[in-house]
Design a protein around this ligand. Structure first.
Ligand SMILES: Cc1cc2nc3c(=O)[nH]c(=O)nc-3n(C[C@H](O)[C@H](O)[C@H](O)COP(=O)(O)OP(=O)(O)OC[C@H]3O[C@@H](n4cnc5c(N)ncnc54)[C@H](O)[C@@H]3O)c2cc1C
Length: 385
């Protein structure tokens, strides 16, 4: 049985973010950590987008960044100046390569391939079984999905599912200085749906069709929607597909345990996927940075919540509206961007606003529908349907 100071179970976005951030601490305090993942992470399986004001740990691998975004729907068409924020894109391929590089050359962390079969706390130690072998640690950080029973009588469960194509066009189709955050000029019958466009050059972009609904769609539906958008909205008849991405992100207000004994959950497994938008990357960075800061200060990785509980309530209300179809996502986001400064909207979606700022923003939204959704959700949580 091997013992480490820390074990990181799952070496995807959050596991590796924590590992890289921890390196200076491990060196300074002469601690040892183990990182385990069942897969060899290499290819470009994900493209992460997020916004931030200041460069952070992964700035060296930011692939593209934009100071301006656009938002379009059947109600509004706006270009958004988001400074002091920048909207950034990191390709997972670069992230895996960069983190491998940092981790492989450091003796304080060992990276292995293996299937995590069991995690538990016993006698003040965290235990993990990897391919039949037992390891212990003072703490385990896990991004391996936690099993939980769904409670549709209480909580909302939607999926954000999407397909993206990196396309190359013959003409100069894109403005490389402005990314499309949301364009709702897509069929809305299957659920809230929009396209985002991340220009990589004047004739190259990642165009991604995204749907919020209860179920995924047949594969051909996403391709048809992308084709339609590229020809009708981007007015582009000749293009070639250079790469593809497909993904599903859970959107829910189901409470998720962030800690169990000496096991601390990270990433989506720890509830760091924002229920109403699916954005996770920057919440992972905030969480892992806070863990390392606490370790440095007190040698203890347990931290209070990184964002206020009220944001889960807001996400729950929005999910309630979206899943009941009482107010379309197109209407909600259009109103939000039409009536508020883009910087304020991004700050709000980042769970970073003050209560006063939130009240100001809510006063611009569809008050009656939101108030009703708040009441209905509260009754549902109390078991009164
Ligand atoms: C295609 C796609 C695009 C996305 N784009 C964005 C975006 O633009 N912006 C954003 O904010 N969020 C985005 N997300 C959401 C979120 O940022 C990602 O899902 C992110 O990877 C979550 O990080 P994580 O560490 O929680 O999970 P992961 O990165 O999936 O890491 C979990 C790791 O655990 C490993 N694992 C699982 N089970 C075991 C086991 N039993 N034993 C050992 N290892 C195991 C897996 O192999 C994996 O490497 C996207 C998600 C997807 C799927």
């Amino acid at each position: 049985m091997g013992h480490f100071d820390y074990i990181i179970a799952g070496g995807g976005c959050s596991g590796r973010s924590l590992a890289v951030r921890m390196l200076p601490y491990l060196r300074a305090f002469n601690k040892r950590a183990l990182l385990v993942d069942k897969e060899l992470k290499k290819g470009n399986d994900k493209t992460w987008c997020f916004w931030e004001k200041h460069p952070d740990t992964f700035e060296p691998i930011v692939y593209r960044k934009w100071d301006r975004l656009s938002f379009s729907s059947s109600f509004i068409d706006q270009e958004l100046d988001i400074q002091p924020y920048q909207y950034k894109m990191i390709r997972s391929e670069d992230f895996y390569c960069y983190t491998d590089d940092q981790l492989d050359k450091d003796d304080h962390i060992q990276c292995i391939n293996g299937n995590v079969e069991e995690l538990y706390t016993k006698k003040e130690l965290a235990h993990v079984r990897i391919d039949g072998a037992l390891y212990t640690a003072d703490y385990i950080f896990s991004s391996i999905p936690q099993a939980f029973k769904k409670r549709p009588d209480r909580y909302q469960y939607l999926l954000q599912h999407f397909q993206g194509w990196v396309i190359e066009t013959e003409g100069q189709t894109f403005n490389p200085d402005c990314a499309t955050l949301m364009d709702f000029n897509t069929p809305q019958q299957v659920g809230t749906s929009f396209v985002y466009v991340l220009p990589l050059g004047s004739n190259r972009a990642l165009v991604e069709y995204t749907v919020f609904s209860e179920k995924e769609l047949p594969a051909e539906y996403y391709s048809a929607a992308l084709e339609q958008y590229i020809t009708e909205q981007l007015h582009c008849k000749k293009y070639s597909i250079k790469a593809q991405e497909y993904g599903v992100i859970p959107m829910s207000d189901h409470p998720i345990r962030k800690q169990r004994g000496r096991i601390i959950y990270l990433g989506t497994a720890g509830g760091f996927t924002k229920g109403s938008t699916g954005y996770t990357f920057s919440f992972i960075q905030r969480h892992t940075a806070a863990i390392v800061e606490k370790l440095i200060r007190q040698g203890d990785p347990r931290i209070p919540p990184v964002t206020a509980q009220r944001f889960n309530t807001y996400d729950g209300i929005l999910l309630h509206l979206l899943s009941r179809g009482r107010l379309s996502g197109e209407k909600i986001f259009s109103k939000m961007f039409e009536e508020n400064s883009p910087v304020q909207v991004l700050k709000f979606l980042d769970n970073d606003t003050s209560i006063l700022e939130e009240l100001q923003l809510f006063s611009t939204l569809q008050k009656k529908e939101f108030a009703l959704a708040f009441l209905r959700r509260t009754f549902k949580l109390m078991g009164i349907n």
